[in-house]
Design a protein around this ligand. Structure first.
Ligand SMILES: Cc1cc2nc3c(=O)[nH]c(=O)nc-3n(C[C@H](O)[C@H](O)[C@H](O)COP(=O)(O)O)c2cc1C
Length: 158
């Protein structure tokens, strides 16, 4: 399956995670600025960190507007959210919640929802029906769990 990851990253953390996932999945890895390529792929993964108070990473504002004009019908979609549950426990990884909200009715099949077990936060837009809408990574507080979380998620979505 032709797979691509599109990431938005301000200080490099999301990019690093996207590269790791890309390597394990054999996926192309692009900046969100290259979102125009999205229609070339069957399985697309959108990765964003969260900034401000629950805001998307900067590159995703334009990318999401463009994404909404694309034909995603029939595609499998995965989401990867990077955030800080201790520093921003009420807006934890909200960014992927925002992306999900915008694309969920575009005929996609969401893959790779995950349990919130093992995280400690107050609230998150990324939680839908008591599960995260994608893979959630917290390099600020739980970097020791990152490799295991990536591995489990990749196995699940493969
Ligand atoms: C000013 C600032 C605001 C942030 N706001 C949030 C937030 O609302 N929710 C969250 O989960 N993480 C938040 N974070 C944490 C970042 O998402 C985290 O540091 C992430 O690893 C950055 O990834 P990047 O380098 O790929 O952009 C914030 C960090 C900073 C410095």
């Amino acid at each position: 399956m032709k797979t691509a990851i599109f990431f938005g990253s301000t200080t490099g953390t999301t990019e690093m995670i996207a590269q790791k996932v890309g390597e394990l999945l054999g996926a192309e890895v692009y900046s969100a600025n290259e979102i125009d390529k999205v229609e070339e792929y069957d399985f697309v993964i959108f990765a964003t960190s969260t900034w401000g108070m629950g805001d998307l990473q900067d590159d995703w504002y334009d990318a999401l507007e463009k994404l909404k004009t694309k034909n995603l019908s029939g595609k499998k979609v995965g989401l990867i959210g990077i955030g800080d549950q201790e520093g921003f426990g009420d807006t934890f990884v909200d960014g992927i919640g925002t992306i999900y909200e915008e694309i969920k009715d575009m005929g996609i099949t969401l893959v790779g929802k995950t349990s919130t077990e093992g995280y400690n936060f107050g609230s998150s837009k990324a939680v839908v029906d008591e599960e995260f809408v994608g893979l959630v990574i917290d390099e600020n507080n739980q970097s020791d769990l990152t490799d295991e979380r990536i591995k489990n998620w990749v196995e699940k979505v493969k």
